[in-house]
Design a protein around this ligand. Structure first.
Ligand SMILES: Nc1ncnc2c1ncn2[C@@H]1O[C@H](COP(=O)(O)OP(=O)(O)OP(=O)(O)O)[C@@H](O)[C@H]1O
Ligand SMILES: [Mg+2]
Length: 261
């Protein structure tokens, strides 16, 4: 059935994706068919991302953006294809193994903090899997040192936090496990503009200074593409366009369909 997204053309080839992420490849997806139950949502999907690179997925509602993050983390049924981290296959690992063994974190959002627990208790929840609890404590201390907003509220119940501080806590909780890959689904959703900038500054710091690889989904396509090194436009479970964030911002089709231009 024809629709407004047809103008975007068909999937870019692997060569094109690899050119965008040519050095120090960190995570790859090849020929992925995945979905929920028996329903296939992603069709022959490919992705390549380098170490300490940021990739933003944009596209219409229901395109399968969240399903990509779910598939990387192990929440979907994978019918075919391969996911590799630094050349090692991780396709069938469970979410717990992804987090504790290979260093992939999925950032929960939308009120995933426990309001009656303190900020510190919430933060330490992120390390519940860790065999070495000491390491989780150390990492929590480092996070408190770094983020004054959390430090000041350390022993208060999380319900006193502002929306932006809550999002910071949600991101920080994932950091307790010292992941190398962060999967972030719509970090700006539900936040006031001043907090949206704060969240993107935090992500930028994690990428630039802590060398995290970041794969994010963002409904706010402008913010997402301004932040990210590269972007994929997803339509109906397939990539329609892939490019540098700056180039996608200048692309007239992307502008018309996703940037309100
Ligand atoms: N847990 C689930 N069980 C069954 N179907 C699901 C589930 N989650 C998503 N879907 C379906 O998969 C398709 C893709 O959904 P997905 O959440 O990946 O889209 P999205 O691109 O993230 O959209 P949005 O911008 O609305 O968040 C949709 O048709 C949706 O109904
Ligand atoms: Mg989604």
């Amino acid at each position: 059935m024809a629709n407004q997204y047809d103008v975007l053309g068909k999937a870019p080839g692997l060569e094109e994706l690899n050119k965008l992420s040519s050095k120090d490849v960190h995570l790859t997806i090849r020929g992925l068919n995945a979905g929920y139950g028996k329903m296939e949502i992603l069709h022959n999907f490919d992705l390549t991302v380098s170490k300490a690179q940021s990739l933003c997925l944009i596209g219409p509602n229901g395109a399968g953006k969240s399903t990509i993050l779910h598939s990387i983390y192990g929440f979907t049924n994978i019918f075919d294809g391969k996911i590799e981290l630094e050349g090692n296959e991780i396709t069938k690992l469970t979410p717990a193994q992804k987090l504790s063994k290979v260093g992939i974190a999925y950032i929960l959002q939308d009120n995933s903090v426990f309001p009656d627990m303190t900020v510190e208790e919430n933060l330490l929840m992120g390390g519940y899997i860790k065999d070495k609890q000491d390491e989780a404590y150390e990492e929590a201390e480092r996070i408190f040192k770094k983020y004054e907003r959390l430090r000041n509220r350390r022993n208060q119940p999380a319900k006193v936090l502002s929306g932006g501080e809550r999002r910071l806590l949600e991101i920080s909780r994932a950091l307790v496990m010292k992941p190398s890959v962060l999967l972030v689904d719509e970090p700006s959703i539900g936040l006031e503009p001043k907090y949206i900038s704060m969240v993107f500054e935090i992500l930028e710091d994690l990428q630039k200074n802590e060398k995290k690889t970041i794969i994010l989904v963002e409904q706010n396509a402008k913010k997402g593409l301004e932040f990210a090194d590269i972007g994929y436009v997803l339509v109906s479970g397939q990539t329609a366009i892939a490019g540098k964030g700056d180039d996608l911002l200048k692309n007239p089709d992307v502008g018309r369909l996703f940037l309100g231009g």
